[in-house]
Design a binder for this molecule. Sequence first.
Ligand code: GDP
Length: 331
Amino acid sequence: MARPRLSAKTYIDGILAGNRVILSQAITLIESNLDTDNILAQEVLQAIISHTGKSLRIGITGVPGVGKSTFIESFGGLFTHQNKKIAVLAIDPTSQISGGSIMGDKTRMENLSIDKNAYIRPTPAGNSLGGVARKTRETMLLCEAAGFEIILVETVGVGQSEIAVKQMTDFFLLLMLAGAGDELQGVKRGIMEVADALVITKSDGENQKHAYRAKIEYENALHLFPSKENKWIPPVLTCAAIQNQGMNEVLEMIEKYVIHTKNNNFFYQQRENQNLYWLHQNIKDVFEERFYQHINIKKSLKEYENNVKNGHIPPWQAAKDLWKIFENNFD
Ligand code: GDP
């Protein structure tokens, strides 16, 4: 049963007026899987799109336990204390039910979650990264239209979720632990390569010297990567978020990056390329969804799967045959 919804105009006016309650309701609309909600959500997005893009979008990744929420709590405080509005979003493709994921737990950021300048939204539920990522990106756009100046998008890095975050943010921060090997941290080389900065967390007490050593090691490792198109050399910093140490340095570094990439135009080009990336992602998702939901595909798929499994039909041929079935019955 469809839940009662507001009119598109009420959502749009509420978002543009910075009304938190309506913003939350509009995000719920985006997260819904109902077709009618989907149509309404897209109408709202279309209306607010010219009010988006003004925030600074920062992506944060790192393995569970690296200190992401502690970092965000402390780092986010830098903005809220300056009366700047910050939204914290998350991508966790493993979350099946809303609020059921570790990442989505609001109580992790105790101060931020009660700060009037902060808005924390748990990861949307979903079975596919594509769906979760799209909803988070659309949520980001709503938050921008509602006047949030800083958007943090956090991920644990399951599957390709770091790439999704990288593709929706201006600056991509990788948090690392000192003293744990790369393999232990499950950090994929490709992620280090696309990070705009590395920050070694928990650089306090006894751990400080390990953090410093790790900083030098990672600086050396980063030097081996090819230079970036935007001519930015990713720095390695250390921090102790629990003591609010190193946070200003991270902020100054990001500000430097923004000036650098705005000067050489990369900042704007990257956003344009990201828009295109999401267009093509969404095309794939739309097609796939329509395809698998089609009644005749549902009927025929099992048989084709069995034939491919047993080696009776090559997969490419089966895919083309199925496409014909889909196309001929396109409603
Ligand atoms: P997440 O899973 O990446 O979000 O990590 P959390 O922020 O939940 O932190 C994991 C653990 O590391 C918690 O017990 C934190 O208290 C601890 N931690 C986080 N930051 C620091 C820090 O700066 N110093 C120390 N000593 N511990 C920290």
